[in-house]
Design a protein around this ligand. Structure first.
Ligand code: XMP
Length: 505
């Protein structure tokens, strides 16, 4: 197996995913423990740390030991910088984020069949400018050393992230690495992996379930629908009680559409309208993290009321694999946002949790939804954050802004659907911010800005922006400024992730 040492990068779990899909076993750990020393090879991940500013001595000592033992090593991003330094290189502060071209000047085993220039994605603040005794294999358009190999050893570094889907042919780097050090590669399709998982999980739930009622919070989104569906399949739908809690932060018509779509999937939720309570609590709150907390706690309270009333024994949670890793890895990672679904379970909850999606990645849930025949209306829906439009209001949360946002959001999505664009996007994120002076019919109006962020992505981890043709931009902008009172400007966000996250906060 390969040991992945997680030094806290946002993407570390994707390294494991790439290896899984070429049938290479791996373990993920944030310690240089015995499992790492016993591995056939080691991958050292990226990190929020800086090799210029943070204490890296212990990490380098461990990497040094592994190299002395003759272990093949691949350093990614921060890992690449550590290796460069260890062999006498030099790094300076010079960031690269998002889409970058690299030029291969000397091909090593890892770069076999990789184009030059190659389009890769970067996410780092420091740049390797000298590689010391290591061989320089590729240089970025900005002049940073982007790939190295230590001569006569299987020790490699890449500054870019081959694990993210936006790096073209990134999976080939892992194949090349694994193959060059003697692993047998077999490509596994998403369908194959997910079908196996589904069969396993049905049995797993059957064997864990000891009777009683199971409550499930559904939103009409793909994750909660698939999670609920699997449990219904495993233990029978009579024992499962789906609940749709309306926090008032859904989009126009979304609740009605969700009810219809869920019914098509055989799920008929109890509907609880708690919107007034949620919106009153949120009014005037500026911090997005605080809003998430308020929503999470109130949601849990509402859910608990149902659990008590129904005397339920279990709760279904839509935890996915990256969340599982996230909760176990705190050593080096940094919190960007509190990414729990709204039902993030507080400590006072005393109920057994069923997590049918805990072994899957976001895009695999879509694959599973196809396999089990979830209605296409749910399948084609864009991911929508649990705290809903609350995370799309920039600055102070007010009910006025929320209502304007709902109207603008509907216009954007109606136009995108009419033009056949909507289904090709990962998400269309419409947000509201302050403020822009407008002139409407010779009158001054101080109004709000609607920001439209259209993105393409495979898993939400990296994203590229999408800009529609001019006539579509015109239609969206004109309709919003004409039809929605108090909106005086419309902007389209044209930055990739990284550095810009998909949701504004
Ligand atoms: P970011 O904004 O981190 O988003 O680039 C990545 C993906 O996660 C979704 N997202 C959330 N989902 N609760 C959720 O359930 C949240 O608080 C949350 N914040 C972001 C986002 O829509 C995107 O698909």
């Amino acid at each position: 197996y390969i040991a992945i040492v997680d030094l806290g990068s946002q993407y570390t779990h994707l390294i494991q995913k790439r290896l899984t899909y070429i049938n290479v076993n791996s373990i993920l750990t944030s310690e240089f423990n015995q499992d790492v020393y016993n591995a056939k090879a080691v991958i050292v991940s990226g990190s929020p740390m800086s090799a210029l500013r943070d204490d890296i001595k212990e990490i380098q000592e461990n990497i040094g030991n592994l190299i002395n033992m003759g272990k093949p090593i691949l350093g990614i991003c921060f890992g690449h910088q550590l290796l460069s330094l260890m062999f006498g290189g030099k790094i300076i502060d010079n960031p690269e984020y998002g889409r970058t071209r690299i030029f291969i000047n000397k091909r090593n085993e890892l770069l076999y069949n990789i184009d030059s220039p190659a389009e890769v994605w970067m996410s780092h603040g420091d740049c390797v400018v000298e590689a010391g005794d290591a061989e320089i294999n590729a240089i970025s358009e900005k002049g940073c050393i982007s790939a190295i190999k230590v001569p006569n050893m299987n020790v490699y570094g890449v500054q870019f992230h081959p694990e993210v889907t936006h790096t073209r042919n990134g999976e080939l780097i892992f194949k090349n690495f694994a193959q060059s050090i003697g692993f047998d590669i077999k490509e596994i399709s998403a369908n194959e992996r997910v079908s196996n998982y589904y069969a396993y999980e049905l049995n797993n739930i059957k064997s864990l379930y000891k009777g009683g009622r199971v409550v499930s919070a559904v939103s009409g989104g793909i994750d909660s629908t698939v999670a609920t569906y699997i449990v219904m399949k495993a233990i029978g739908s009579n024992n499962v009680i789906p609940v749709l809690i309306d926090h008032g932060l859904f989009r126009i018509n979304e609740v009605e559409e969700s009810k219809i779509n869920l019914e098509k999937a055989g799920i008929n939720p109890i509907y609880i309208d708690a919107s007034e309570e949620f919106l009153n609590k949120l009014e005037g709150i500026t911090s997005c993290e605080e809003r998430r907390k308020i929503i999470g706690e109130l949601f849990a309270k509402k859910l608990n009321e149902v659990i008590t009333k129904e005397n339920a024994s279990y709760l279904i949670q839509g935890t996915i694999y990256p969340d599982v890793i996230e909760s176990g890895k705190t050593k080096y990672s940094q919190k960007i946002k509190s990414h729990h679904n709204v039902g993030g379970i507080p400590k006072w909850f005393n109920i057994d949790i069923i997590e049918p999606l805990r072994g899957l990645y976001k895009d695999e849930i879509r694959e599973l939804a196809k396999i089990i025949g979830i209605p296409k209306e749910i399948l084609n829906r864009h991911p929508f954050p649990g705290p809903g439009l609350a995370v799309r209001i920039i600055g102070k949360f007010t009910n006025e802004k929320l209502n304007l946002l709902k109207k603008a959001d509907k216009i954007v999505n109606d136009v995108l659907k009419a033009k056949g664009i909507y289904n090709n996007l990962w998400q269309s994120v419409v947000t509201i911010s302050e403020s822009w002076v407008g002139v409407k019919g010779d009158e001054r109006e101080e109004g709000y800005i609607i920001n439209v962020r259209l993105v393409n992505s495979d898993d939400g981890m990296t994203a590229d922006y999408y800009l529609p043709p001019n006539n579509v931009i015109d239609e969206i902008s004109n309709r919003i400024t004409n039809e929605v009172k108090k909106i005086t400007a419309v902007s389209f966000i044209t930055s990739t992730k990284p550095p810009t996250t998909i949701e504004p906060c």
